[in-house]
Design a protein around this ligand. Structure first.
Ligand code: BF8
Length: 655
């Protein structure tokens, strides 16, 4: 039985429904195994949280001072201070957005300071993204002269640091050099050009604290400004800096899914978002002495598997097999085959460590922001890198040593492996599809009807991975090319959709494109910050076709929203005129329908509120040329996306 929430106009799934609908056979096996072992996962904790608080779900609980919490009801339509529902709802959303901005900002900080450390000769790593260094140097109009690549990278890093923390009234440099002219003009007219990540976080929190701004439209303005800071300072900043650091990804073939783990090998998972320490750890794991150590303990070798965005980063650059995403991190521990998980930052849930203790798995944390009680802690700090090599060696050795001590009585590795063709980036997509002119022509002719970027987290509020996979299959049938990042990409990789063999489920137009150009129908372009690559592609195609972004047959799709970081992902695209479809209602009172007052349970009528009307109605559409659709039923969501793309094509006069 699922959990009924009539006022949200949707239900949430229980464990049985997840077991029935989740698409990966390996997931079903592991959910049953973990329950059979007497251990709990997020599914059990989600059940024990039911019913979830309606005020929290609707965003109508205000906890922004210590007079509250205040809840908006018919009897009390304002908080104690006089705050309105609209003010509270938009303030809650902007606070989520800037938490996500802070997370990506911290990620960007680590990567950018690593570049600075290398440029200054303090960090023993070599910059691999030479092409990106010269491209950025040119775009940022640096004096290249006889400077070395490291010197140029250091100068670029200084600009990226300014974009993270500038306090004076100047624009984010990456926005100036990468955003479309038409949008820069619009954002300027709307007065929402951002200064930096840090300034916009400060201003968002300032505006929403007790006795500050009570004009929801002004807070919505700051929301848009913060979304632009999120996009250009922290998404572009992190993604481009990572390419400078570790190189631009190249497409590669590999195998993914839970079945990549091996019973007779040391199994090490790498988890998080910022793969600097792990780069060094991989170097140490490949040392003959560490490989020999594994054999000395009776292992036949060492398997590395990727989780979350560190997983997708390593898949993209080295073809290291990815295993699963944020809500699969407990399932993979439940295989009983994982010797060690090395984590850096973000999306590492405490439940993973609780289960790791049940199965004797060692956890090693490598970032001071992500401490976990009971884990071995060997942090990387780019400003104090002296012990990096030594710590990486200790991590590699500790991970291998875990093999000899671990309880091996509860191992079950589902025999499910999937072929995948990942590692796509902006340049490789354009090259593989014959260049921008050719891509534009494929779109115009309708061989590719549109492009959807289907991305983001998982949520317990929809059946795990079902929305991701069902929506994408329907889009492929309708000749819509799909790009993917983050946790969604794990679902699609494991479902075999990032693989040329998936050609059979595509419509005739897309089938022809795949056969002719040899690309898979779903292109995995990396971690969440690598939505930068997709946005660059959308911008370039619109420019090539001399059309504003808002007119293009593009869509952002976030079927299973979860982390606060996800708020800014959708808004980044919305700001560029690309409409969103999200798979579960945001914490905004659902405008349509609402329960009829005094009627029997289940009777509904149409409702309305300013925030929902702004994002999902005409407000954002009139201002930005895009809006947010919400649809938790995946078949209906796919229908909405197809209709949106069809409408865009009709307006362009394209068949
Ligand atoms: O940045 S998709 S749960 S892993 S936040 Fe986290 Fe969401 Fe996964 Fe990567 Ni993105």
């Amino acid at each position: 039985m699922s959990y009924k929430y009539p006022y949200l106009n949707t239900d949430m799934p229980d464990k049985n429904e997840v077991l029935q609908k989740t698409p990966n056979k390996a997931t079903k096996e592991l959910i049953r195994k973990i329950s059979g072992d007497g251990n709990e996962t997020y599914l059990d904790r989600f059940a024990s949280q039911q019913p979830q608080c309606s005020f929290g779900l609707n965003g109508t609980c205000c906890r922004m001072c210590q007079w509250g919490p205040c809840r908006i009801t018919e009897k009390s339509p304002r908080g104690i201070c006089g705050r309105s529902q609209d003010d509270i709802v938009i303030s809650n959303i902007i606070r989520s957005l800037v938490s996500g901005l802070a997370a990506h900002g911290r990620h960007a900080h680590e990567i950018i300071y690593t570049i600075k450390g290398i440029a200054e000769g303090k960090i023993n790593l070599k910059l691999k993204g030479i092409t990106r260094i010269y491209e950025m140097a040119e775009k940022l109009e640096l004096d290249i002269g006889n400077k070395t690549e490291n010197q140029l990278a250091g100068e670029i890093a200084d600009i990226l640091v300014e974009d993270l923390g500038r306090m004076d009234n100047k624009n984010i440099r990456l926005l100036e050099v990468f955003a479309p002219e038409e949008r820069k003009k619009l954002w300027g007219e709307l007065g929402i050009l951002p200064r930096s990540a840090a300034y916009e976080i400060m201003e968002a929190l300032h505006m929403t604290t007790l006795g500050s701004c009570s004009d929801w439209k002004a807070i919505a303005g700051q929301e848009k400004r913060s979304a632009l800071a999120y996009c250009y300072s922290t998404l572009f900043g992190s993604s481009l800096a990572t390419e400078i650091l570790f190189g631009i990804p190249e497409p590669n073939e590999t195998e993914v899914n839970y079945g990549v783990l091996k019973k007779d090998h040391v199994n090490i998972l790498v988890h998080g978002h910022s793969p600097v320490m792990i780069e060094k750890v991989l170097e140490k794991i490949n040392l003959p002495e560490i490989q020999q150590l594994a054999r000395d303990y009776g292992a036949k070798g060492i398997v590395i598997g990727g989780l979350c965005c560190t997983g997708t980063e390593l898949l993209a650059r080295y073809g290291i097999p990815s295993v699963t995403n944020i809500l699969g991190q407990e399932f993979v521990i439940g295989t009983g085959a994982v010797d060690c998980v090395v984590v850096d930052m973000q999306c590492v849930i405490p439940g993973m460590k609780i289960l790791a203790d049940c199965y004797g798995t060692q956890v090693i944390t490598t970032c001071n922001s992500n401490r976990i009680p009971g884990a071995v802690h060997l942090p990387f700090d780019p400003e104090k890198p002296e012990t990096l090599d030594e710590d990486a060696y200790t991590i590699a050795k500790t991970a291998v040593e875990a093999f000899k001590d671990r309880d091996r009585s509860k191992i079950h590795i589902p025999d499910v492996k999937t072929k995948a063709y990942g590692g796509w980036g902006y340049e490789s997509i354009v090259d593989a599809l014959g260049g921008l002119d050719n891509m534009a022509e494929l779109l115009k002719q309708g061989r590719i009807k549109g492009i959807a970027t289907v991305v983001g987290c998982n949520t317990p509020k929809v059946a795990y991975e079902n929305n991701h996979v069902t929506i994408v299959k329907k889009l492929l049938e309708s000749d819509i090319l799909v790009l993917t990042t983050g946790c969604c990409s794990h679902a699609l990789l494991n479902a075999g959709l990032c693989n040329r063999d998936a050609v059979d489920i595509c419509g005739g137009g897309l089938k022809g494109v795949i056969s002719e150009y040899g690309v898979p129908p779903v292109l995995a372009v990396g971690g969440c910050v690598d939505n930068t690559r997709t946005l660059r592609l959308f911008i370039s195609l619109a420019e090539k076709l001399k059309k504003p972004m808002k007119d293009m047959p593009f869509m952002f799709v976030g079927p299973e929203p979860g982390n606060e970081k996800t708020v800014g992902q959708g808004l980044s695209f919305l700001m560029h005129g690309v409409s969103n479809l999200v798979g579960f209602p945001a914490p905004i009172p659902v405008p349509n329908p609402i329960p009829v007052k005094g009627s029997a349970d289940g009777e509904m009528e149409r409702g309305s509120n300013n925030i929902a009307d702004y994002f999902g109605g005409n407000g954002a559409m009139e201002e930005l040329g895009a809006k947010i659709y919400t649809e938790p039923v995946p078949e209906l969501a796919a229908q909405t996306i197809k209709m949106h793309i069809k409408r865009k094509r009709n307006n362009l006069g394209w068949k």
